[in-house]
Design a protein around this ligand. Structure first.
Ligand code: NAI
Ligand SMILES: NCC(=O)COP(=O)(O)O
Length: 335
């Protein structure tokens, strides 16, 4: 018999956002499902009025209590938490929760890390030097520069080649080498973590009409086509560059397993438009599994954690299930 999967580590996120509500609601939905057991690295005071909790000291204790109570490895907030009003004094708890989750995953004591949303500007005010989780996780794993972001939904997978930078900077940093390296990481992950035997990649153009043969921009000719040629020479099935305005249509999507996109919004706009509720953000290229809901902190709807959840928990549930599935592929429990 296969041993049970290791529990996932769910982080605190910004405590003034919807993360605490989502943690409680995800536990309610999953506790008897036999999938996605997790422990929350969060502040028990935020949820204990709404769900039964068990304070644990190690991840190994989580599995045995998960059906009856939400296992919490306590990470306490310094300042009072007022839903909807983020406070940089609680940034330390948010950061420490992520750090601990990564330590447990690196030590194989957690099956993976699922992150609740953080507010980047709040952490920046507190001196946090990273643009987002993705870059912080890479640093914690000692693999800065290897990280890539993939957004996954039932209908589409997208990988932005440039991520949390201005559009101007994205254009400056777009290179053939970068496209090749990101497409290769995505290809390897699709095989290893998603069970796709021969992944098919679609490479997006950058300019209108994918440049219209140089009439509307030259990057397709000078940067993107050479990347496609190099990838093909390495045996990777990739097509393009495709005009970005049509490659995400319902008829085009079945032709590929992931779209490699040239900048953040080229990738995230189609995904969130098609599937905001069930989109999941995955970090690839690191030794650990990390997933996250595709939405943010939603301060506008954050409220105290009660027995009913105002926020839609679908994306967090999808993130937990995907991390569980990826972990099963890696451990050879799924093929
Ligand atoms: N993975 C992460 O940590 C992410 C963090 N963020 C951060 O979130 C903060 C707020 O960003 P916004 O652009 O306002 O995006 P947002 O996703 O937080 O909110 C956009 C709109 O969608 C609604 N919404 C979001 N999630 C929802 C849910 N689960 N159920 C119901 N409604 C939901 C919100 O109420 C809001 O009206 C920013 O500081 C940003 O940095 C944004 C995206 C991802
Ligand atoms: N737009 C996606 C996003 O902001 C998530 O970033 P990260 O915190 O997962 O790096």
């Amino acid at each position: 018999m296969m041993p049970p999967s290791r529990p996932l580590a769910l982080t605190l996120g910004d405590p003034a956002g919807i993360g605490p509500q989502l943690a409680a609601e995800a536990w309610r939905r999953l506790r008897h499902s036999g999938e996605g057991a997790f422990f929350w690295l969060g502040d028990p005071h935020l949820v204990e009025a709404a769900v039964p909790v068990t304070l644990i000291e190690t991840p190994e204790e989580a599995g045995a209590v998960f059906a009856d109570s939400l296992p919490i490895l306590p990470v306490l907030c310094e300042a009072d938490v007022i839903p909807g009003q983020p406070d940089p004094r609680n940034a330390a708890a948010t950061i420490s929760s992520i750090r601990l989750a990564v330590e447990y995953a690196l030590a194989a004591r957690a099956g993976g890390v699922v992150t609740n949303p953080i507010a980047k500007h709040v952490l920046a005010t507190a001196g946090f030097p990273y643009p987002g989780h993705t870059e912080f996780l890479a640093a914690l794993c000692g693999m800065t520069g290897e990280e890539i972001m993939m957004l996954v939904s039932p209908q589409l997978r997208v990988v932005p080649v440039t991520v949390h930078v201005s559009l101007r900077k994205a254009l400056e940093t777009l290179t053939t080498d970068r496209i090749v390296s990101i497409a290769e990481t995505a290809y390897t992950a699709l095989k290893r973590d998603f069970g796709i035997e021969a992944p098919r990649l679609a490479i997006a153009g950058l300019n209108p009409h994918a440049g219209e043969q140089g009439l509307m921009g030259e990057e397709e000719i000078t940067i993107i086509r050479p990347a496609i040629e190099r990838l093909r020479a390495r045996g990777i099935d990739c097509q393009g560059p495709f005009p970005p305005d049509t490659m995400f249509s319902a008829t085009a999507r079945p032709n590929y397993d992931a779209a490699i996109c040239m900048y953040h919004d080229q990738a995230l706009i189609p995904l969130k438009t098609i599937d905001m509720a069930e989109g999941v953000n995955v970090t690839l290229g690191l030794p650990i599994i990390r997933t996250s809901p595709d939405h943010g902190t939603a301060f506008d709807i954050a409220g105290p954690v009660t027995e009913t959840c105002r926020a839609d928990v679908s994306s967090l549930l999808a993130a937990i299930r995907l991390a569980d599935g990826m972990s099963a592929y890696r451990e050879g429990k799924r093929s």
